[in-house]
Ligand binder design. Structure first.
Ligand code: HSE
Length: 437
């Protein structure tokens, strides 16, 4: 059989990893596939770098359109990232009838719905395992392995940079800034880390897997994003005293009123597997009606793990390229005409439990005033600790609540902050038990 011909866009970290993987594991891949995979073209801004990495048989160019318009390319592997050149190149490649493999979560989160529509029109596959949680085959699990289930909820640590920072803050008592600097020194965080630490990267990934889980279009524009940059070491410490760890979680859940789609720091009981995921590792926990809870753990970034996902997708394309569209797994796991536009719940309507930290004057009656406010909003307290005197006059009260609607917590916080003996804005962090509701 003819080899499958690959046009590679981007010879950076993941592109280089993909080239290495295809060289190093070629016989194992051929043994599985019965066919060879060869790169015929590669586009990279830095031609010299591409020349160093690529086999001399590969045609190298600066212009992505040389690759997407080439006749001897069956599948375009887009590893440039972003939503400018990458988007134009993918659209042109689809129009040219090329199958697509991409690691580009931002592009799919923002333009995936229209890209899939175009791909359907041109009868090509768009594969994106590497876009979510790097090497972990979570897309495969959601689209295929769990296909017989109603998926109920997903909670994931899907940004390794943030998880590294939170792990450092907990283990070493570092401030956010110190832990971020450490992540940058080790190459885990970009010079501009905004996307990772403010939740956008996790939001992109969460929006994709939420759509796959519930059979909806991708809804990134309605995803709630709250990052970790405002998180204080003191809250990580108090959470630990109470038996919890704080993780940046992406959470999506189907409820009778709509879909929850949210990324934020979250207290997790330390006994949960997700709470034990440390450093740059990723993990995704999926709750489904038949199988119950399953957990997927592994490297969420890096050249080799991400290349592992990219090449597995290329192998799927190879097997299915001559199949009729109806034999392929649908782009978003469900038949496109069966996608349901289920609304995303506003944050005020979500149900969660909460961690509250309140700085108060250490005087009789303050605790009672706070407890009264929570009681009047029908919020039940699960645990409460009052820290020793912080300075001569003030102390801190830490409260864990039972589940309630977020609007009631926000109302309570406003009322608590208005108390004369409350000294600063209330700190609120959401909690998850990860039990089935
Ligand atoms: N920057 C991402 C992370 C990896 O920190 O997890 C690529 O998605």
């Amino acid at each position: 059989m003819q080899p499958l011909r690959i046009g590679l866009l981007g010879v950076g970290t993941v592109g280089g990893g993909t080239i290495n993987l295809l060289q190093n594991n070629s016989s194992e891949i051929t043994r599985r596939l019965g066919r060879q995979l060869i790169i015929t073209h590669a586009a990279n801004r830095n031609i010299e770098r591409a020349k160093k990495i690529c086999d001399p048989s590969i045609k190298i160019t600066k212009d992505v359109f040389d690759v997407v318009n080439a006749d001897d390319v069956d599948v375009v592997v887009e590893l440039i990232g972003g939503t400018t050149i990458a988007k134009d190149a993918i659209i042109q490649a689809i129009k040219n009838g090329k199958h697509i493999v991409t690691a580009n979560k931002k592009l799919l989160a923002e333009y995936g719905n229209e890209i899939f529509q175009l791909a359907a029109k041109h009868n090509v596959m768009v594969m994106f395992e590497a876009a979510v949680a790097g090497g972990i085959p979570i897309i495969k699990a959601l689209r295929e392995g769990l296909a017989a289930n109603h998926i109920e909820s997903i909670a994931g640590i899907i940004n390794g940079t943030s998880n590294f920072i939170l792990s450092e803050m907990r283990a070493n008592g570092s401030t956010f800034q110190e832990a971020l600097a450490q992540a940058q020194t080790l190459g885990y965080a970009e010079a501009d880390p905004t996307f990772d630490i403010e939740g956008q990267d996790a939001g992109h990934k969460l929006s994709i897997i939420s759509a796959l889980a519930f059979g909806t279009p991708i809804n990134f524009q309605h995803c709630y994003l709250e990052g970790i940059s405002q998180l204080k070491s003191i809250d990580i410490g108090y959470a630990e005293e109470l038996g919890y760890r704080i993780k940046l979680l992406g959470i999506t859940r189907k409820t009778p009123k709509g879909i929850e789609l949210r990324v934020h720091p979250t207290l997790l009981p330390e006994s949960r597997l997700l709470a034990k995921v440390e450093g740059v590792m990723n993990a995704v926990s999926v709750q489904a009606d038949m199988i119950g809870q399953t957990m997927y753990y592994g490297a969420g970034a890096g050249a080799d793990p991400t290349a592992s996902a990219v090449v597995a997708d290329i192998m799927d394309v190879t097997r299915l390229q001559n199949a009729e569209a109806s034999y392929r797994v649908p782009y978003l796991a469900f038949q496109s005409e069966s996608l349901e536009d289920i609304s995303i719940l506003p944050m005020d309507d979500i149900i969660s439990s909460y961690y509250l930290r309140v700085s108060v004057q250490d005087e009789p009656g303050v605790l009672g005033e706070i407890a009264n406010i929570l009681a009047s909003e029908s919020i039940s307290i699960e645990a409460l600790i009052q820290k020793g005197v912080i300075d001569q006059k003030s102390t801190e009260i830490v409260i864990l609540t039972h589940s309630t609607q977020e609007r009631f917590i926000k109302q309570s916080m406003q009322r608590i902050q208005a108390l004369p003996r409350v000294l600063s804005p209330v700190t609120m962090i959401r909690m998850e038990s990860l039990h089935r509701r």
